[in-house]
Design a protein around this ligand. Structure first.
Ligand SMILES: [Zn+2]
Length: 389
């Protein structure tokens, strides 16, 4: 289905989406490319909770009849997520195949199967590839280690930290394992952890997605970011305006699903990343998401513009003499004030930081050099101390 047909279908079947389009002054007839949708404000994940509470269970976003669903899940929020009656509904099979999973491979799936779709979405992806899946779920470490040993399983899907815990437990129990490859998601994978897992004989590939959207990106052998799958549109958008940003710039991950069952259009996932559109050495031509670069909701609106702690970190990083720092937003006479306190070995940098701030953080701020010992390494990077009464 092309974008125009998809949008027309969703407007006719999903009343909440029809309202969004109407409020943005958009007619489906005017939508033929993703850029035609730029006027549609980004839908925040948090708004699903309110929509669903007002019009349960799917907040008017479902575009098929409930009888056409294979399953209904609930992830924290709580947010209900519908599963359409298609094979591999969350579209993880291509990602798992790229990670080396294939027919007749025995795989432990250590994602939770209880209410949340995590377990099922990977189960279905593995099953679509012909793997033999063991629904391990979360917990029961010792039992899972014995099972990995007895069944000589070669594959693992789950959290990377949990894989390490299982390897440690196997060592403790002196049970040799046959694990060769792992597909991990849902938490950051620090390079040190990847190295350790690889040293212990497990090839690790990472995926990126959410309960609502399924697969949004996966690693190839080049380990050069997460290839965006063909069945979803991914944009990186400005936190303030929602406008799509050029490749390389950091913004919120905003997706439009190509699936006609549920109206996920210009849906803000809540994570920050950037896109690399240059060719990958693996030969795939799809753009790559350049890793997880923070949560969008850590951003705070100052004088109408979002400021994210990572912007302050990028500013401070240009001045090696700054040891510790902290931003604070206050409000005086109905006007926001952003002060960046720095502890520095060279107090003269304060003025240089102020001069550079508008080009890095996009707004003006005041910089105060503070006495040694005033700030600590674990100081909250951006404090909102405004009161609104
Ligand atoms: Zn690649």
């Amino acid at each position: 289905m092309d974008l125009h047909s998809l949008i027309s279908h969703l407007v006719s079947r999903a009343p909440a989406f029809a309202r969004r389009m109407q409020q943005a002054g958009l007619s489906p007839d005017a939508v033929h490319s993703l850029s035609d949708l730029a006027a549609l404000p980004v839908q925040r994940k948090g708004s699903l909770v309110e929509l669903q509470a007002a019009d349960p269970p799917f907040g008017g976003m479902l575009a098929v009849t409930p009888g056409e669903l294979k399953g209904i899940y609930q992830s924290p929020g709580p947010i209900y997520t519908p599963e359409p009656k298609v094979a591999d509904a969350w579209r993880w099979a291509p990602a798992l195949q790229t990670a080396g999973f294939g027919p007749n491979q025995g795989v432990l799936n250590a994602f939770g199967y209880h209410l949340s779709p995590a377990g099922v979405m990977f189960h279905e992806g593995l099953a679509a590839l012909g793997c033999t899946v063991i629904p391990g779920g979360v917990g029961n470490q010792e039992q899972q280690v014995r099972l990995l040993h007895h069944l000589e399983l070669t594959g693992y899907v789950g959290l990377p930290s949990y894989l390490k815990a299982l390897l440690d437990k196997a060592e403790e129990l002196s049970l040799p394992l046959s694990l060769q490859r792992a597909f991990v998601a849902a938490e950051p994978l620090p390079p040190s952890l990847r190295d350790e897992l690889q040293r212990r004989g497990v090839q690790v590939r990472q995926g990126y997605g959410t309960a609502e959207t399924g697969n949004l990106g996966f690693e190839c052998d080049a380990l050069a970011g997460w290839h965006v799958p063909d069945d979803v549109w991914v944009q990186i958008c400005d936190l303030t305006t929602g406008a799509p940003l050029p490749a390389g710039e950091v913004g919120e991950v905003v997706i439009t699903s190509k699936s006609p069952h549920y109206a996920l259009v210009r849906f803000g996932v809540g994570d920050l990343s950037s896109l690399d559109t240059s060719p990958c050495t693996c030969g795939r031509t799809s753009a790559r998401l350049m890793g997880w670069q923070g949560r969008a909701d850590a951003a705070v609106k100052v004088r109408g513009l979002f400021v994210h702690p990572r912007q302050l970190a990028a500013l401070v990083a240009r001045f090696p003499s700054i040891v510790y720092w902290q931003g604070e937003i206050t409000r005086h006479n109905h006007k926001d004030r952003l002060v960046l306190r720095i502890e520095t070995t060279d107090p003269s940098v304060a003025q240089q930081v102020e001069v550079l701030a508008p080009s890095v953080v996009k707004i003006r701020l005041e910089v105060q050099a503070v006495a040694p010992g005033s700030l600590t390494p674990d100081a909250e990077p951006l404090v909102d101390a405004r009161t609104w009464n």
